[in-house]
Design a protein around this ligand. Structure first.
Ligand code: F6R
Length: 242
């Protein structure tokens, strides 16, 4: 694992954006696995800026998002499809039909999961998978527990996760109870993983994930098994690593 800690927010964001843009310079058709949440927002903004300046193009890129809430209409302001459209896709030269987010409204969510994995099998693996980290150690919506699922699956969100995401909804009751998420095996198939973590409140879980035992009780600890992981941390998140 290559772990970098940044004092400066701008450098943190620029380093992530440079990694993605140099991948796309080498391989304009690279497949990107993308994440939502507050952590990558600055990175997407930087990539939009670089795209406008002609420094990077997404014209031939295909993207696969990690997850989506079950039961929110696609155009709901808090659906991950809306998030990606508003924070990234609608502002760069990407072809929207090449962007994939699991369909949380599929009549048969289990079938949707199988189809998502089939698509990744056929067209993947992704060249770079972007990840954030949940306070409970989740990646995607792979919640800690006695076991983890390998493939894309429907998951019941833990209270900690629903509480953390309640800030985006009018009330806690409005936060969906289920989501579709890529599984850990799907995530670990990516050629490279780029994990971004910000904030002192994540310092403890960062330490457990990167330096603790590899355990399903902390799904992000499985990233220690991957041969090509880059971790970018701000000073708060990296506080316990020194
Ligand atoms: C989002 C996702 C989640 C988030 C994690 C951190 O697609 O899969 O695992 O990355 O919950 O969220 P933030 O960045 O909001 O702290």
């Amino acid at each position: 694992m290559n772990i970098y800690t940044f004092r400066d927010e701008e450098q943190f964001v620029q380093t992530g954006a440079n990694l993605i843009s140099s991948l796309l310079h080498t391989n304009p058709r690279a497949k990107l696995g993308l994440a939502t949440g507050s952590t990558p927002v600055g990175l997407y903004a930087k990539l939009i800026e670089m795209n406008r300046q002609g420094l990077v193009s997404f014209a031939q890129t295909t993207t696969y998002n990690l997850d989506e809430y079950v039961g929110l209409p696609e155009n709901h302001p808090e659906s991950y499809r809306t998030f990606m459209n508003e924070k990234f896709f609608h502002h760069v030269d990407i072809q929207i039909e090449r962007t994939h987010v699991p369909n949380g409204n599929a009549a048969n969510p289990e079938e949707e999961c199988l189809n998502y994995d089939k698509m990744l099998e056929e067209f993947g693996p992704v060249d770079l998978q972007l990840l954030g980290l949940g306070h409970n150690g989740h990646i995607g919506f792979n919640e800690p527990g006695e076991s983890l699922s390998g493939g894309t699956h429907v998951v019941e969100l833990q209270e900690k996760t629903r509480n953390a995401n309640a800030r985006f909804f009018p009330t806690l009751d409005d936060v969906p109870t289920h989501a579709i998420t890529m599984g850990v095996a799907t995530i670990l198939k990516a050629r490279q993983i780029l994990l971004l973590v910000r904030g002192e409140d994540k310092a403890e879980i960062v330490h457990r994930a990167l330096k603790g035992p590899i355990t399903t009780a902390c799904p992000a600890s499985l990233l220690q098994c991957h041969p090509n992981v880059v971790v970018l941390l701000d000073q708060g998140a990296g506080r316990l690593l020194v």
